[in-house]
Design a protein around this ligand. Sequence first.
Ligand SMILES: *Cc1c(COP(=O)(O)O)cnc(C)c1O
Length: 225
Amino acid sequence: MTSIAASLHRIRDRIATACAAAGRKAEEVTLVAVSKTHPAESVAEALAAGQAVFGENRVQEAAAKFPPLRESHPAMRLHLIGALQTNKARDAVRLADTIESLDRPKLAAALAEAMVREGRRPGLLIQVNIGREPQKAGIDPDAVEDFLALCRDSHGLDVTGLMCIPPAEEDPIPHFRRMAALRARLGLPILSMGMSGDFESAIAEGATHIRVGSAIFGQRPYPAG
Ligand SMILES: *Cc1c(COP(=O)(O)O)cnc(C)c1O
């Protein structure tokens, strides 16, 4: 077994244990394997080990890596999880199955236009700046409801959930709880939260999607911006 396959096994075991502890079914949680900065060979190893859903944070990198793999693995799914420039909206819509980083009105408009032009409608999650960090992307928690209405009513976008990256230096649990409450209040099915260091807590608090990179693929060979 390759080390990536072994890591995937361990992560799936930990997901099952966390789900059991939370009284949830393992099928309720989707593992998004974050392959940013890792080569296509690593993605192919994960595919061979049964992993189907991947996360990338850069459109250009994803565009180089994924289309060839998709030809041999039509069931694979790509989530874009990084900051998205409006001039990359069309490429993003062409490539992604889900875009998790919808974080501003201009991007909503650009994605809506790109979806019309491409005739393709990836899933959309609103990125919430749950820790209200000034340097971080995302919609302020108090503004999510209005932003959701704008996406739906002005742009006809089908937003199905929320995503967050809690402040790195803080206990994530209170942030996860506030995300779960927000998701429940807005009646959205998807909640993407939890990474290598905290996905079990995220599952306990109601994550439906966890985004795990380094615990599967190892340390990143260069920083992902
Ligand atoms: C890189 C990244 C992850 C994965 O982080 P790890 O700590 O390597 O598991 C998850 N979500 C986002 C948005 C990321 O950019």
